[in-house]
Structure formats: structure tokens, C-alpha cells
Design a protein around this ligand. Structure first.
Ligand code: ASP
Length: 375
């Protein structure tokens, strides 16, 4: 009887151990099981991945006729520099999250793009910035909206992801969190650019809305109207976004924007909404969008593209086209996306006349495009 008791005493914990390890094995099997899109999340062979990066600097009515050669050169140089920043990180074995942040920080500091410095103005004459980042390996994400003093909203989004228990912070609270984690703060005048201000003035006139005073700290108004290449109509959507795949096989996505010119009522677009303008998962793909955010939110564009890849086994390009060309274009949901998948597929799709865009893969050449007729 005593021997029997001893056996039971041994057998119970043993059975428990077997049970636990069974769970552990099946959990491991779940995370490493190949999906319909192919072996995109395996833990093995990770070092065999070639890195890849795709980025955008906004989509819209961008046509050769509306662009001076100098402006075009500057845009291409800005895209090339951001691509290079991401490539440098990825090439030394850095993570896709690091690559996305590095490239977006450059674009945020480039006054040509509608993010950080160069952000468009809201109707009240302020700059209100939105950004998001998502790590496809951990499915963690961070986002901020209506930020007004943080130099790099993308780094703030990353801090939300890594240093807070939350996903989305807005307004003064988001800037306060930025200060608490030591991110650089700037006055509103830091974001000021003359061409964005002129765009606001034109747009407000068009909408018969009052024109606010020039922001404090902005340079004095130019004597003659700035005849820059920018008008509200042609470069309306200059949001920036980057998606990357690193050598470890992990994807990430990030987006940063000033939103839409003359936006009101603390409007927030799709960029900081996870699944709308930004999404990344090692199970499917990483997406960053640009365009009229309201459509991207309602059609959960980024997540829908990844869901088509994940559950329907669609090729990345086909999935992106299915949403951008087939769903959004007919309802005038202007815009586009960039995409990368853990198996190295890269894609972009836009239903506007142009999209500032660039891509590169390990060992390959940089491809930069602006107009529709470029490859
Ligand atoms: N999608 C952004 C928004 O709606 C704008 C853009 O892409 O330029 O806020």
C-alpha cells in the first residue's frame, strides 16, 4: 500500500510534467507552423533571410507637369537618403524596427515631406502630428496622435510600444510622455515651412474659412507669394512610411504624418491607427499606407491586405492591388501602400497619379519612383 502511495506520489508530478511539456511543444509548433503563404515564421533558417526595405513619401496628384526638375531631384535625394539609412541598419544585422525608425527620422527632418518638419498645417495654424510603429515579431505596436512638440513622432511611437503598457497616446499627454522618456521637444515653429503655410492659406480660402495669424516664431512672410512647386491639390498627401524585413526574418512597419492640410477638430487619420495605415505581423506582412485616411480607417486597409496574404494565401502584390485598386479606387479612396512580407516579397500599389516611393533588397539596387509610369 505504501509502495503504491509512493508510486502515485511520483506518477502525479511526472504526468504533470509530461502534460506541461506537451503544451510547450504544441505552443512552439503553433508559432513555428508554416502558414498558407509559405514558411514565413520559422525560427530555423532565419539567418538566410535577405533584408528588404520599401518606403513611401506620400501619394497624390504628383505629375511631371507640376514638378520642377530641382524639386524632383530633391525628392529623389530625400528618398534615397532614407533608403540608405534603413539599408545601413539592416546590412549590419540590425532589426527591422531599428531600420524603420532610422529611415523615418530622416524623413521627419526633411521639410519636403509631410511629417515632422514640413508637416502640413491644421486649420487653426498648428501642426498636429500622428505616427505609429509595429513590430511583426512580437505583434507589439505604439502610436501617437495630435502631438505638437515632439521632434520625432516615430521615436515617440516606439517609446509607447516599448516603454508604456499602451498602444495609442494622444495630444498633450503624448508630448508629456515624450518628455518623461527624454525625447527631444521643439516649439511649434520648428515644423514651419513656407510652402505648407501657403498650402493652408489656399485651402482655407477655397473652403471660405478664416485664415489664422502666422504662427509665433515663424519667419516673416515673403515679399512675393512663394511660387514653390507645392499647391494643396498636387502634393496633398506627403505622409512618410517604411516597411522592412531584417536578416532574422522579422518585419516591421512605421508611418509618420502631419495629416491632411486644414484638418479641424483634432482630426486623426489612419497613420496611427493600427490595422488602417500601419500594420506588421510575421504571419503575413508589413504595410504602411498614405492617402485619405478616412477610407483607410473604414476599410482597415493595412490589416485587410495582410489578412488576404495570411488567410487566402495571396501574393503580396495581388493582395495590395485587391484593396487599393479594386476596393478603394472605385470609391475615390485615393492613396497607396508599400508592403513587405517575411519571405522577401515587396510590393507597392497606388491609385493616384503618383507616389514617392523607393525599395531595395540585400545585394540589389535601389529603385526610386515618383510617377505612375515608372517601374
Ligand atoms: N493618410 C494621412 C492621413 O489621412 C495623410 C497622408 O497620407 O498624406 O492623415
Amino acid at each position: 500500500m505504501q509502495l503504491f502511495r509512493k508510486r502515485i506520489a511520483l506518477a502525479v508530478p511526472l504526468a504533470f510534467l509530461v502534460l506541461i511539456s506537451g503544451f510547450a511543444v504544441s505552443a512552439e509548433a503553433q508559432t513555428s507552423r508554416p502558414t498558407m503563404t509559405g514558411p514565413i515564421t520559422p525560427r530555423q533558417n532565419r539567418s538566410q533571410h535577405k533584408w528588404a526595405v520599401v518606403l513611401h513619401g506620400g501619394a497624390g496628384v504628383i505629375e511631371r507637369s507640376s514638378m520642377t526638375p530641382e524639386a524632383e531631384k530633391e525628392y529623389r535625394a530625400g528618398l534615397a537618403a532614407a533608403l540608405q539609412a534603413a539599408a545601413t541598419v539592416l546590412d549590419r544585422g540590425g532589426s527591422s524596427v531599428d531600420a524603420v525608425e532610422a529611415a523615418i527620422r530622416l524623413l521627419e527632418d526633411n521639410p519636403l515631406f509631410n511629417a515632422g518638419r514640413g508637416a502640413v498645417f491644421a486649420a487653426d495654424g498648428t501642426n498636429q502630428l500622428d505616427a505609429a510603429i509595429m513590430d511583426g515579431r512580437t505583434m507589439t505596436a505604439g502610436a501617437v496622435a495630435d502631438v505638437m512638440h515632439t521632434r520625432h513622432p516615430i521615436s515617440l511611437a516606439r517609446a509607447v510600444m516599448e516603454k508604456s503598457p499602451h498602444v495609442l497616446l494622444v495630444g498633450p499627454g503624448a508630448d508629456a510622455f515624450a518628455r518623461s522618456v527624454g525625447l527631444e521637444q521643439v516649439p511649434q515653429s520648428f515644423y514651419f515651412t513656407e510652402h505648407r503655410w501657403q498650402s493652408l492659406v489656399q485651402e482655407l480660402k477655397r473652403e471660405h474659412l478664416p485664415i489664422p495669424a502666422r504662427p509665433a516664431g515663424a519667419p516673416p512672410a515673403p515679399q512675393h507669394e512663394a511660387a514653390f512647386f507645392e499647391t494643396p491639390e498636387n502634393h496633398k498627401y506627403g505622409t512618410v512610411g517604411v516597411v522592412a524585413l531584417d536578416r532574422a526574418g522579422n518585419v516591421a512597419a512605421g508611418t509618420s504624418t502631419g495629416g491632411l492640410t486644414a484638418k479641424r477638430w483634432d482630426r486623426v487619420g489612419d497613420s496611427p491607427i493600427i490595422g488602417a495605415g500601419t500594420y506588421a505581423s510575421n504571419e503575413s506582412c508589413a504595410i504602411s499606407g498614405t492617402g485619405i485616411g478616412e477610407y483607410f480607417i473604414r476599410y482597415t486597409v493595412a490589416r485587410t491586405i495582410c489578412a488576404l496574404v495570411q488567410y487566402k494565401g495571396m501574393k503580396l502584390q495581388d493582395a495590395a492591388d485587391a484593396v487599393i485598386q479594386k476596393q478603394l479606387a472605385p470609391i475615390h479612396g485615393d492613396g497607396g501602400v508599400i508592403a513587405v512580407a517575411p519571405d522577401g516579397q515587396m510590393a507597392w500599389s497606388f491609385n493616384t497619379p503618383g507616389m514617392f516611393r523607393a525599395k531595395m533588397t540585400e545585394g540589389g539596387k535601389a529603385e526610386i519612383g515618383i510617377y505612375r509610369d515608372e517601374p
